[in-house]
Design a protein around this ligand. Structure first.
Ligand SMILES: *Cc1c(COP(=O)(O)O)cnc(C)c1O
Length: 466
């Protein structure tokens, strides 16, 4: 076999073009074969398919690029949960925009690595411009806000707790039961005390309990982490009131706005984030309500000096004399070394859509969630948990138990009809639809509910589910 061509330089694009054609055909054919939001048959079917397509994983003699791409991309597509399908709505699992995915291809072909300027001259400037612009959206009143690009909310939350620890020593974290599990894991990873967990009986942090906890632990350095867009219900903690309490008690505030943060771009919905800019750090994910292929996480801080603790020196990447001679020092912008230029797809999306384009996507998706909630309210055999704050809608058949709800979810998953999530609240288990697809129509939503009601009917009758 000839030496395989590379993706970069002037010859790369010509080598890529026919390969991309094979990939795009495979994406199309795989989706057509799946013909739904997730392959029917559950784990056994997918496992058999993938084993067949990959056997042997490491052959003695290669099958060549087109065969390997066609076989594996078709199999992977056929066996994928497709967030672009209107009935794939379990998680904050976004359908990426075509334009952002195209930008990500360029990132892969160029392969800049963000750990030193000599591996990413233009990408480092683009990243700095993009993160500064995003930081100004979150902290409009601060002269020098800054932001880091992360692999997502988990890493951003870890960095936030790390920065608080570096500023104040072993801080005591306070979060509510609605906080993301990554907060607990971050305290474990960083050797911090376990979080004090306060109740969230209505789905959001209880202010009275927060005040009591802040008072009781006033002798400690405290870090409150609030959530703007909870994983289970999409609710937003009372950010401004929490910020007031933190100010009064001298506690730091981190806001995990991984889900809700992009509401900032919507003039209609940004008021839901009132108080966001008062946090000492903010987590935001653009691979959720920002329609980016993963990863596209952000951690923003009100002043670029707050990131100083991450500064790190490795003579081969950021030697003092190189930095003094004017080469930008990027190593301290992450705990990772080799790092993809995730800023490219984000910058392309911001520029292509503009504020109005992004706001339209967000407003449209929230509208879809409200429409689903209305349809549920008008279906006598279904109960709605609550009207959505962002795009999460919890519902379940009336007069049902947790076991039935769980069975409905798993049956729809394994028969390939719908991908719904599950959320446990104070009053039991619910089906969760996290709407992120701006193309979903009212008919799609009705069909989704029909799948649930028909299956419930079959289960009640003791019939084998359709
Ligand atoms: C998704 C999410 C996270 C985790 O983010 P990843 O990007 O999956 O690492 C953290 N917090 C909240 C509120 C989230 O919705």
């Amino acid at each position: 076999m000839p030496t395989p061509p590379l993706a970069g330089s002037t010859t790369g694009p010509d080598a890529l073009r026919p390969l991309l054609d094979t990939v795009l055909t495979a994406l199309h054919d795989g989706a057509q074969r799946r013909n739904g939001p997730i392959p029917a048959g559950g784990p056994p079917t997918t496992t058999t398919h993938i084993h067949a397509a990959t056997h042997p994983v490491i052959p003695d003699h290669g099958t060549g690029p087109h065969h390997a791409l066609r076989t594996l991309v078709t199999a992977l597509t056929q066996g994928s949960a497709d967030p672009a399908h209107p009935h794939c709505t379990a998680h904050l699992h976004t359908p990426p925009l075509a334009l952002a995915t195209a930008a990500d291809l360029a990132a892969s072909a160029l392969n800049p690595s963000m750990d030193s300027w000599d591996q990413a001259p233009a990408a480092s400037t683009l990243e700095a411009a993009t993160t500064t612009a995003l930081a100004h959206e979150i902290y409009p009143h601060h002269p020098h806000p800054d932001a880091l690009i992360t692999t997502g909310g988990t890493e951003a939350n870890q960095l936030a707790l790390l920065l608080a620890r570096e500023r104040h020593g072993p801080v005591q974290t306070i979060c509510a039961t609605n906080a993301h599990h990554s907060i607990n894991r971050a305290t474990w990873l960083l050797g911090l005390p376990d979080p004090l967990t306060i109740p969230a009986p209505t789905g959001v942090m209880d202010l009275t309990a927060l005040q009591e906890t802040l008072t009781r632990h006033h002798h400690q350095r405290l870090l409150v982490t609030a959530t703007a867009g909870t994983t289970d219900t999409g609710q937003i903690d009372p950010l401004d009131d929490i910020a007031d309490l933190c100010t009064t008690h001298g506690a730091e505030l981190h806001i995990d706005a991984a889900y809700g943060g992009p509401l900032l771009f919507s003039p209609t919905h940004r008021t839901k984030l009132h108080g966001l800019h008062r946090a000492h750090s903010v987590t935001l994910d653009l691979h959720k309500l920002g329609w980016q292929p993963a990863p596209a996480g952000i951690l923003a801080v009100p002043d670029h000096h707050h990131l100083q603790a991450l500064h790190h020196q490795a003579p081969y990447l950021n030697a003092h004399d190189d930095t003094e001679a004017g080469l930008p020092d990027l190593l301290g912008r992450s705990l990772r070394t080799t790092r993809r230029p995730d800023a490219l797809k984000i910058a392309v999306t911001l520029q292509a859509l503009g504020r109005t384009g992004l706001a339209d996507l967000i407003d449209r998706t929230i509208h879809t969630a409200h429409h689903l909630a209305d349809l549920i309210t008008h279906t006598p055999t279904l109960d709605l948990y609550d009207h959505p704050t962002i795009t999460t809608v919890l519902f379940r058949p009336t007069h049902t138990d947790d076991h039935t709800v769980a069975t409905i979810r798993r049956t729809l998953l394994t028969n390939g009809r719908a991908v719904l999530g599950r959320a446990h609240t104070h009053n039991g288990l619910w089906l969760k639809a996290t709407l992120l697809n701006p193309h979903t129509t009212p008919d799609d939503l009705q069909t989704l509910l029909d799948h649930v009601t028909h299956l419930t009917h079959d289960l009640k009758k003791g019939n084998t589910p359709r």
